[in-house]
Design a protein around this ligand. Structure first.
Ligand code: FNR
Length: 371
């Protein structure tokens, strides 16, 4: 019997060869936001490794929306052209090409993780990597010692929404078939949703409906701009894990609205709102976020992607087979082994001598004849 994980799935007019996705993972390896050889090889390897969907890392819709100087961007047509090379290769190898559209909000202007993971400092300034002014729904910094964000005005929000729409146009021109809107991990849209970071007194703050207003407006604008045949994903932090923060109830309400406006998949992550000094109380164990994907799917009928410490083929298979999520994203385990999907296919094959038919023939032909 074919593993459920390896049954194709159709989202609008786009078919995925299986349910394994590579979630967005920042590589901090771009210059001036441009994709280069590194990105082609890095992302290309996941397509060769059999993933059904490869979602490129958080890609900034405006330069100030980058987390670090190394983030990818999609704020000009030249950026779109550079990404087209990556999308084209993914598709040529049978994967669906996705890109996560992002704005880092108050978590912009940071050091690369391996350079400190803090706010940009004098040291980077000396190297020509200057900090830049950051923005957020309210003037609340990430933590003590971090940059103070400026509160966005209503007209700033119009401009940002337009930047997301322009980015979607470039993603379409570049050949991507999936867009994921980043509304998780303490970046701009998440900080609108959470009562801890949104203290606005205008229509974009206050009660839940007000806090959802801007993220929903962006999702709605993207849905209009993005071709009707192509799926739109949204990534959320399903809970903040902080006193007074976002709860699963908030997320279910948001998911219901997203579904109504034509979002196709909710990618269910969690946490990331606060700085390290006030870290979230979320226990990280195998499949620790699957319950969020399951609840959203059950309560709202929206398709979901589960993510977070999904490492084993049988674990991934059970999530799909039990109907807890429609797609399973494998992040760090795929960094360790970009062939995760084709190897999972063999592990779940069930026949006496699983072959290599699903592998790229450049490898599979030889492996089949090894013994
Ligand atoms: C991430 N993650 C992440 N999430 C996101 O929404 N946008 C991003 O750009 C990134 N960047 C990123 C970089 C790196 C190096 C890692 C390891 C992670 C989170 C990622 O998509 C995923 O949700 C988590 O890694 C949990 O899944 P795994 O790794 O346990 O399978």
């Amino acid at each position: 019997m074919t593993a459920q994980l390896f049954t194709p799935v159709r989202l609008r007019d786009v078919s995925l060869r299986n349910r394994v996705a590579i979630p967005p993972m920042c590589q901090y390896s771009a210059e001036g936001g441009m994709a280069g050889d590194y990105h082609l090889v890095h992302y290309g390897r996941f397509a060769l490794g059999g993933a059904g969907l490869v979602i490129l890392e958080a890609t900034a819709v405006v330069p100030e929306g980058r987390i670090t100087h190394g983030d990818l961007g999609i704020w000009s047509d030249a950026h779109g052209d550079a990404l087209a090379r990556v999308a084209g290769f993914l598709k040529a190898q049978g994967a669906v090409a996705g890109v996560q559209l992002a704005h880092a909000g108050r978590k912009a202007s940071m050091q690369r993780p391996w350079e400190g993971n803090g706010p940009l400092s004098e040291e980077e300034f000396a190297r020509g990597e200057a900090p830049w002014p950051i923005v957020a729904p309210s003037a609340i910094p990430l933590d003590a010692g971090w940059l103070m964000p400026a509160e966005l005005s209503a007209s700033d929000l119009d401009d940002l929404k337009a930047a997301f729409v322009a980015a979607a146009g470039r993603a379409q021109a570049a050949g991507f078939d999936v867009i994921e809107l980043h509304a998780a991990h303490g970046y701009l849209l998440h900080t609108f949703l959470s009562p801890l970071t949104n203290r606005r007194e205008d229509a974009f703050g206050g009660e839940r409906a007000g806090r959802m207003r801007f993220p929903l407006a962006v999702a709605r604008a993207l849905r209009r701009a993005w071709p009707a045949g192509k799926p739109l994903f949204v990534r959320v932090s399903a809970v903040d894990g902080l006193e007074g923060g976002l709860t699963l109830d908030d997320t279910l309400a948001f998911a219901g609205e997203l579904r109504a406006l034509g979002v196709d998949v909710l990618d269910c992550s969690s946490g990331g709102l606060s700085g390290s000094a006030t870290a979230a109380r979320i226990r990280r164990d195998y499949g620790f976020q699957v319950g969020f994907a399951e609840a959203v799917k059950r309560e709202t009928g929206l398709a979901t992607m589960a993510v977070g410490l999904i490492v084993d083929p049988r674990q991934a298979e059970a999530i799909v087979a039990e109907g807890r999520a429609d797609l399973v994203a494998v992040g760090r385990e795929a960094l360790a082994d970009p062939n995760w999907a084709v190897r999972a296919g063999r592990a779940l094959d069930g026949t006496e001598e699983p072959g290599f038919a699903a592998w790229p023939r450049q490898a599979g032909w030889w492996l089949e004849r090894r013994e």
